[in-house]
Design a protein around this ligand. Structure first.
Ligand code: SAM
Length: 284
């Protein structure tokens, strides 16, 4: 019997029974593996950390996309930093109103492997509005000014190649690359374990240094295969009125789009910003 095991902390392991190990390689940047499993279907890992599973990827990809799209339906130009599996691009491509979706991933092999083994997410890369760049996201964003309405940081954890995507310099570049009313959404780690909670606090602090603090919010989702299952996203708005509130949005207009989603809905949108007390305290 074969098991994939990811260390969620030095004291906690998370294991998935696997039926087939389909692919294994060390790219220039990271170890890439693809598996089939009875419980989560097909999934892939980078450096032995689960990235995308067939069974629960919809939660992450819907929540990293639809919250901001409901708040700011005027969004036209989007940048995805990371996200080489294509899942975030797939959700964005459902909006006919978008004009341009750029995606920059440091690792060409992630995109190639996902195209081969994970068609359920990589299909998002086929939309003609999507342009894929292979470069370090930190360098890619550094040269940009006033270009995007929405930047999504769909990164790995803040270790190895993903580290720069959690730095102050990167968040400052994102601020500059956004248009005046632009929005940044980032995967914000888990509040639960000490190691991911430290990353969450650091990211929140750095985003608040780069964006108006009153416009920096955090919302949550429940993702079974990520550390602790309790996951956060950051939501920062560039220069709308201070205290810009992502709970003020036209729910009827989003519902009228008729997008069928499995996790996101406009009531959950509101609820996802209601955080547990310990998380509010840690972010404060
Ligand atoms: N849903 C995932 C999660 O949180 O587990 C993230 C998915 S996506 C596969 C993460 C991507 O970020 C990877 O393909 C990786 O190559 C990319 N990445 C990591 N560091 C990067 C960097 N500095 N610039 C651009 N892309 C980067």
């Amino acid at each position: 019997m074969l098991w994939f095991t990811e260390a969620h902390t030095p004291n906690v392991n998370f294991s998935i029974k696997i039926s087939r190990h389909l692919h294994s390689e060390k790219s220039e940047f990271q170890q890439i593996d693809v598996f089939d499993s009875p419980e989560f279907g097909r999934f892939f890992s980078l450096d032995s950390v689960v990235m995308v599973t067939e069974k629960d990827e919809f939660i992450y990809h819907e929540m990293i996309t639809h919250v901001a799209m409901a708040v700011a339906p005027e969004i036209k130009r989007v940048l995805i930093v990371g996200g080489g599996d294509g899942g975030t691009a797939r959700e964005l491509a459902r909006y006919k109103t978008l004009e341009k979706i750029d995606l920059v991933d440091i690792d060409r092999r992630v995109v190639e492997v996902c195209r081969e083994y994970l068609p359920f997410t990589s299909c998002g890369l086929d939309d003609p509005r999507v342009s894929v760049f292979f470069e370090d996201g930190v360098a890619f964003v550094a040269g940009k000014e006033n270009e995007y309405d929405f930047i999504i940081v769909d990164s790995t954890d803040p270790i190895s190649v993903g580290e720069g995507l959690f730095s102050s310099a990167f968040y400052k570049s994102c601020h500059k690359a956004l248009k005046p009313n632009g929005i940044l959404v980032n995967q914000h780690e888990s509040p639960y374990y000490e190691i991911t909670s430290a990353a969450m606090k650091r990211a929140h602090h750095r985003i608040r240094e780069s964006f108006p603090a009153a416009n920096c919010h955090v919302y949550q989702a429940f993702i079974p295969t990520y550390q602790s299952g309790h996951w956060l996203f950051g939501f920062a708005s560039k220069s709308r009125e201070a205290g810009f509130d992502p709970l003020i949005f036209d729910a009827a207009a989003w519902n009228a789009l008729g997008l069928e989603t499995k996790y996101y809905n406009t009531a959950l949108h509101r609820a996802s910003f209601a955080l547990p007390n310990y998380v509010k305290k840690d972010l404060a």
